[in-house]
Design a protein around this ligand. Structure first.
Ligand code: CS2
Ligand code: MG
Length: 405
């Protein structure tokens, strides 16, 4: 059958926010889609793909997914890193999409078939103060979610990851200007967070799963204190308590608490995950399909995690496109130790560009049964939304020292 790759194109579009997409076409006219979006550094991946990867794809057998992965990873000599791995992730995802379309099967069937009826999903709730946060949580519960991530403001600060003082919505990447500076101070956060989370636990009762993301802000000892202080709240997880590169920091947190820990949305390979998994330092690994080399590699990470009793929970923010979310759902439906999928949704305009087969009902997602990933891209609509430079914020402590965002 005609499975030779005849062309591959990079599409950069900005329906509400920037996305970088890869379209791979075979000689018999099948089209596979991958997501290559790296928030705030989008054009670096577009160039890596256009200038270095696409010329290697044309003429290859589209069905050789694993060989192509190894060729792009090992064959480049310069391995790992977010730019390289997002590019490989896009190729891998597009080839799985193509293989599904060629077989007439949804990708989850190619990965072994469904191991569950639906994928447990968590939504985001945020509010600067308790009243706003409760209203936001109640909206999520009314939508059927049984797992909610809660982010709140801190007296004395104007912005904390996940929420801004006086802002109706939360979108971290500011368009058309350099990075905003957000002031950070650990002490007021540590004083405020346990009470803010306890008040939400009191409001929702014991049956709702509550999650919280610290976004890499704390020192090891601060993180240990927070994890210990919030223990009675029985969080589903506490995410990214310390900067993700410092694996040993989590040992201190572990020694002091049984609060479940999640980390890994910035990890790009199994090597970034290995030590944390083998040492039993975490409970959930967050590596994303796009950013960690695609479905093939994230499945491998999930398998390593399974050996150590760790469950996978791939990152699913609005700054990854619906193609990434669809791929994540095919993985989650067919991978035994995937625990939950982040479901943040996408800007309204994105729905003009992406047609998706995945569905949400009563707290669960399903990837749908269309062949491949079940996402199609309207290229005419995509052209209506040209790229605009955007940056994530930068954090500085109150004395002006650059901090982890
Ligand atoms: C986050 C993201 O979803 C999450 O857990 O940490 O919102 C993250 O800030 C962005 O994806 C950064 O691009
Ligand atoms: Mg996060």
């Amino acid at each position: 059958m005609g499975s030779m790759i005849s062309s591959a194109d990079v599409v950069v579009t900005s329906p509400g926010r920037n996305y970088v997409l890869l379209r791979v076409t075979t000689e018999d006219g099948l089209v596979g889609w991958g997501d290559a979006t790296l928030n705030g550094r989008e054009l670096a991946v577009a160039s890596y793909l256009r200038d270095h990867v696409v010329p290697l794809l044309v003429g290859r057998d589209a069905h050789r997914v694993e060989d192509t992965w190894q060729y792009l990873y090992r064959g480049a000599y310069w391995r790992r890193g977010p730019v390289t791995m997002a590019a490989i992730g896009a190729v891998d995802t597009a080839l799985w999409d193509l293989k599904g379309k060629a077989a007439g099967l949804p990708v989850y069937q190619l990965l072994g078939g469904a191991v569950r009826e639906g994928v447990y999903a968590y939504a985001h709730a945020f509010g600067w103060d308790h009243g706003e946060l409760v209203a936001s949580v109640d909206r999520r519960l009314a939508e059927g979610f049984r797992a909610v991530r809660v982010q709140f403001g801190v007296p004395g600060l104007d912005a904390v990851y996940g929420v801004h003082l006086g802002a109706a919505a939360y979108e971290p990447a500011g368009r058309g200007r350099g990075p905003l500076v957000e002031r950070w101070a650990g002490a007021p956060y540590l004083r405020h967070a346990p009470g803010a989370l306890a008040a939400i636990r009191d409001h929702v009762g014991p049956d709702v799963d509550l999650l919280h993301d610290v976004h890499h802000r704390l020192t090891p000892v601060e993180a240990a204190r927070l994890a210990k202080d919030v223990e009675p709240i029985r969080l589903f997880w506490l995410e990214d308590v310390t900067p993700a590169e410092n694996h040993h920091a989590l040992d201190l947190v572990r020694q002091h608490s049984t609060t479940p820990l999640a980390i890994g949305e910035t990890f790009t390979t199994i090597w970034d995950c290995q030590e944390l998994l083998v040492r039993g330092s975490i409970d959930y690994i967050r590596a994303a399909v796009t950013h960690a080399g695609g479905l093939s590699h994230v499945r491998r990470i999930a398998d390593l995690a399974a050996l150590h009793g760790v469950r996978a929970a791939p990152h699913g923010p609005s700054d990854l496109s619906p193609i990434n979310l669809a791929a994540s759902l095919h993985l989650a439906l067919s991978t035994h130790n995937v625990a939950i999928q982040e479901y943040m949704g996408h800007p309204g305009e994105a729905h003009e560009v992406f047609r998706t087969a995945y569905t949400y009902a009563d707290g669960y997602l399903h990837p749908g049964d269309e062949p491949g990933l079940g996402v199609e891209v309207d290229l005419v609509a995509a052209e209506r939304f040209p790229y605009e430079p955007a940056y994530l914020p930068v954090a500085r402590t109150v004395d002006g020292t650059v901090w982890d965002w």
